[in-house]
Write a protein that binds this ligand. Structure first.
Ligand SMILES: Cc1cc2nc3c(=O)[nH]c(=O)nc-3n(C[C@H](O)[C@H](O)[C@H](O)COP(=O)(O)O)c2cc1C
Length: 448
């Protein structure tokens, strides 16, 4: 089983910062993140994982000022610092294909991979909020289609840039004066719809060949991108059947691209709340829920349902099943309508759930019960592992590491120590040999 620690400033729960045991301003403290990464490494997690967006969260007027999530340290800057205070754990950061340039991003992730000795991962997203467009000299969010067309080209370019130097290109021959072999340097000369990039990259091939390619965004377009290029998929899945159907479909689509389906690890998010009894776990969760002010609660609900005006919705009415998917996060709107229909939820029920876990799988119980549930999904083939989203930090992560991980280890489901040094080693992913290597079949599959 693969485990990622998805670390949202001071916790996945929106009101975590108000809890007495939580350092409210931890999201802007390096010491806080260092401690979290060390706890996750003690738990032998595959990676720490950071989401990101280049805008303030929940800027709606009535909720303004009510969330600590408004501020956090930019994760690509954070990862190299975390590499210095950890030794083995993988380091994954989100970065958008809509608001970055491939050359600049290729350099940054190559740098993180070099600095960390091969522990970097890039979570590919197309972004979904209007606020980011407004910070990127655009009048509006590009359409869902446009974003994914750009993302497909972006990933091709960035992978090719990482392959600029062959692995053995550097000679560093002091006697002859030849630093590298020009025959082993490749100039890209890419001319596409969105990007014109000559190359080559001014850094040698990353230790992992390519940093691990993670992807989040589960619409049909998102799945198409993932099936072609992703090595890890971060997705929100609530029911075991949906999760199994998602993984089965993505593996079949990957095979359609000529890929080995085992080269993709599907890791849904899960927010665990651990108690000594189920009642205690529920109590704990309710204490967090009571800390949510309604203005921020409705801002979250509105955002995850596509930004529509929800004022016409009656709290005790069933959740509408015809909400427009819009141009933002389509898979999340679809997921929330599906789970509401399946569970027979009212608007009030959905509010309780979405504000608490943002639509991810909410798992309340004892450590044994949580381990049982994770094991059931894993052995059913519904997941290769999970991104653990502790509701509050550092306590929620400590509880998982100290109480749930040992059970998974005793059951032989999870490692008791690292056996390799790179993130690819931890995840069981092959190192890509490089686009220009003759013997390389993995590159030929995806070459344009
Ligand atoms: C589990 C999950 C996590 C995501 N994390 C982020 C994130 O950290 N930052 C971000 O801008 N978008 C994130 N996204 C959304 C992506 O930006 C995505 O490309 C976009 O919303 C379109 O999503 P869709 O393909 O599901 O419609 C995430 C999506 C999913 C499913």
């Amino acid at each position: 089983m693969r485990l990622g620690a998805f670390l949202q400033d001071v916790g996945h729960h929106i009101a975590a910062w108000r809890h007495p045991d939580v350092p409210a301003t931890g999201g802007i403290s390096f010491g806080h993140y260092a401690r979290l990464a060390q706890i996750a490494e003690r738990g032998k997690f595959d990676a720490v994982f950071f989401g990101d967006m280049s805008t303030i969260m929940y800027p709606e007027d009535e909720a303004l000022g009510q969330t600590a999530r408004a501020v956090h340290i930019e994760p690509q800057s954070l990862l190299p610092a975390l590499a210095m205070v950890t030794g083995r754990i993988g380091l994954i950061s989100t970065a958008s294909t809509t608001y970055n340039e491939p050359y600049a991003l290729a350099r940054r992730f190559a740098a993180i991979d070099h600095i960390s000795g091969g522990r970097a991962g890039w979570n590919i997203v197309t972004s979904w909020t209007h606020g980011e467009a407004l910070n990127a000299s655009l009048a509006a969010l590009p359409t869902h289609d446009e974003r994914y067309v750009r993302a497909e080209e972006f990933v091709d370019v960035i992978r090719d840039l990482w392959d600029s130097f062959d692995d053995d290109a550097i000679l560093a021959d002091k006697d002859s004066g030849q630093f590298f072999d020009p025959a082993r340097l490749h100039v890209l000369n890419h001319k596409g719809q969105h990007f014109q990039v000559r190359g080559p990259l001014n850094v040698t091939r990353p230790p992992q060949g390519w940093p691990v390619l993670v992807q989040a965004g589960s619409s049909d377009d998102g799945q198409a991108l993932a099936a072609r290029v992703a090595e890890v998929i971060f997705t929100a899945q609530t029911g075991i059947e949906d999760s199994l159907a998602f993984r089965t479909k993505i593996r079949a689509r990957a095979a359609g691209f000529g890929r080995d389906p085992d080269g993709i690890k599907v890791m849904p998010g899960v927010m665990p709340v651990v108690g000594r009894s189920r009642a205690e776990a529920e109590d704990k969760f309710h204490r967090f829920q009571e800390l949510i002010r309604p203005e921020i609660g409705w801002a979250i609900m509105r955002r995850h349902l596509g930004g529509h005006d929800l004022s016409g919705l009656l709290p005790d009415a069933p959740v509408p099943q015809d909400l427009p998917l819009g141009e933002g996060n389509q898979s999340r709107i679809r997921l929330l309508m599906t789970v509401a229909a399946r569970e027979g939820w009212t608007v009030r029920d959905l509010y309780w759930y979405v504000v608490g876990s943002r639509g991810h799988w909410l798992l309340l119980g004892t450590a044994e019960e949580i381990a049982d549930q994770l094991e059931a999904r894993f052995t059913a083939g519904a997941a290769d592992g999970f991104n653990i989203m502790p509701p509050w930090l550092p306590g929620g992560l400590e509880e998982f590491v100290d109480q749930v991980v040992p059970i998974l280890q005793r059951r032989g489901l999870f490692r008791t120590d690292y056996s390799g040094t790179t993130l690819r080693d931890h995840l069981g992913l092959a190192r890509p040999r490089g686009r220009y290597s003759d013997a390389d079949t993995s590159i030929q599959q995806v070459s344009r």
